[in-house]
Structure formats: C-alpha cells, structure tokens
Design a binder for this molecule. Structure first.
Ligand code: NAP
Length: 252
C-alpha cells in the first residue's frame, strides 16, 4: 500500500518534534513546509520545502497535486495568515486538517501582566512617559514601536529586525532560545528594563523572560493569541500522533 502523505506547516519546535516522531514510519510520507524566513533552519529528518504557496489557491493546488492525505498546521500561534489559509485550502480540497497549537502561558501569582490583543495595542499600553522596554516579539512587527520613540528598546530576535525601529535609543540582540532564567535576569537587570513586551506564545524555550519579569517585579505587556475556529485542534505532539493514527487508519 502506498504511504499516506502528510504535509506539516512548520516553523515551530512542535512541528520539528512531530516530524522527528513520524520520520521512521514506513506507512507515512511526511513533508515539512517552512516559510523560508529563518536564514539557517536546522535540518529535519523528513523532506522539506521552503517558501509560501501563493495564498489559499496555491496551497489548495499543492494539496491536490501532491495528493496530501492530511494537513497539519503546526505553525506558530502568532502566524496569522497561514492558519486561516490552511483552514480555507483544506475546506476547498476536502483535505483533513489538524491544528497543533501549543498551550499559552497562564499568569501565576506575582505576575503583573497587562493584556493586549495586538502589537499596536502593546505600543499604546507603554504609555507616554519614557520607559526601558525589552521587546521579545520576533523581527517582523518590532518596527511598529517606531510610533513610540520616547522609549528605550532592547529588541531580541533570531534574525535581524527589519525594518528597524525608528527610535533614537535602541539596542538589538540576535539570539536563539532556549534562554535560562539566570541569563534573562542578568539581561533585564543590566539594561535596567522596567517593562517586557511578549506574545503569549507558550512553550518552554522562551518562558524564562516571563519568570525573570516575575522575579524582578516587572510588568509584562502580554499580547493574547487569537482563537482558532474551523479545525480540529490538539495542543501536544502526543495528541497529534494519536489524531494521525486515528485519521489515517485503514477502514475496516
Ligand atoms: P504568517 O503571517 O501566517 O504567514 C505569512 C505568509 O508566509 C503566509 O501567507 C505564507 O505565504 C507563508 N508561510 C507562513 N508559514 C509558512 C509555512 N510553514 N510554509 C510555507 N509558507 C508559509 O506567518 P509569519 O508570522 O510570517 O511566520 C512565518 C513562519 O515563522 C511560520 O511558519 C511560523 O510558524 C514561524 N514563526 C512565526 C512566529 C511569529 O511570532 N509570527 C514566531 C516563530 C516562528 P503564502 O500565502 O504565499 O502561502
């Protein structure tokens, strides 16, 4: 029997772990798709493709041409275009779809989170008075803080922030997680940071900054994630493996 084809929309630790778990399976033919933004992605043990599909129609055409039996959207919880595209393309082509969306972080006693629903709201939330801000929101939207040039920004990203923030006092750091609590406390203290801006991405690799903010008594402007409607969702790789076995089991 021909192996069932799975397309994983990736760019996350969970997509990598799922691909690693599925790679040895002879009954499956797995491809991971990456947006092509990270300059040097770590190699994966399955086929990979890079770059956008060309919107919903492009993804739908790919699903048909490649005869994909199951589409797994394991993109980042803040990848805002790919998830709706995946839902629409799966519907157009009647391809089963699973969303793998890791759980968000939950505030603990001692956390001082100021919830916002977008990066634009986060910019507003910083207020008029000058503050020392740690930006840990990735590279694509950091430029929106150009609207509030009165603040000092320490901006950390995996790849260079582009376009840059138009503010007179900015420092950029290139680094890839995971980050340790001690290092995060040191970084926030060295730069006299008084507020952290973060997306509620969930996951362990970048949680230390949230814990560091709690320990140091700093406010966190936390960007909430949007709900995913219109697809079956699991929040762990184990859940995805169980779904895949169920969805692709031969009919008896
Ligand atoms: P996005 O806004 O949802 O995607 C923008 C466009 O990039 C999509 O319309 C699609 O182009 C293409 N694309 C996105 N993910 C793709 C994938 N896995 N394979 C092929 N094409 C993809 O996403 P983004 O925020 O730019 O993020 C890009 C990638 O980085 C995602 O794969 C995501 O998992 C990862 N990532 C994002 C964040 C974040 O905070 N946003 C953080 C960590 C990792 P077409 O319409 O042409 O198909």
């Amino acid at each position: 029997m021909a192996a069932s084809k799975i397309l994983i929309l990736g760019g996350t630790t969970e997509a990598r772990k799922l691909a690693e778990a599925l790679a040895p399976r002879k009954d499956l033919d797995v491809t991971v798709s990456l947006a092509g933004r990270t300059q040097e992605p770590r190699p994966l043990p399955v086929k990979t493709r890079h770059g956008g599909f060309g919107g919903v129609e492009g993804l739908a055409a790919y699903l048909k041409a490649e005869d994909i039996a199951l589409l797994v959207d394991a993109t980042h919880p803040f990848a805002q275009r790919m998830t709706p595209n995946a839902i629409a393309a799966a519907e157009l082509t009647s391809t089963p779809l699973l969303c793998l969306n890791r759980p968000g972080w939950v505030a603990e006693p001692g956390d001082d989170w100021r919830m916002v629903t977008s990066i634009e709201d986060a910019v507003e939330k910083l207020g008029a008075a000058s503050r020392r801000v740690f930006l840990a929101i990735g590279r694509q939207e950091a430029h929106l803080f150009s609207r509030a040039p009165q603040h000092f920004y320490l901006a950390r990203s995996v790849d260079p922030i582009d376009p840059p923030i138009k503010a007179p006092d900015c420092r950029y750091i290139l680094a890839t997680g995971p980050f340790s609590l001690d290092d995060e406390i040191r970084l926030l203290t060295e730069h006299a940071i008084d507020v952290v801006v973060s997306k509620n991405s969930g996951g362990a690799a970048t949680y230390a900054k949230i814990e560091a903010a709690r320990r140091l008594g700093l406010a966190v402007v936390m960007v909430e994630r949007k709900r995913v409607d219109g697809a079956a969702c699991v929040d762990t790789v184990e859940g995805a493996l169980a779904f895949i076995d169920h969805a692709l089991a031969p009919a008896k």
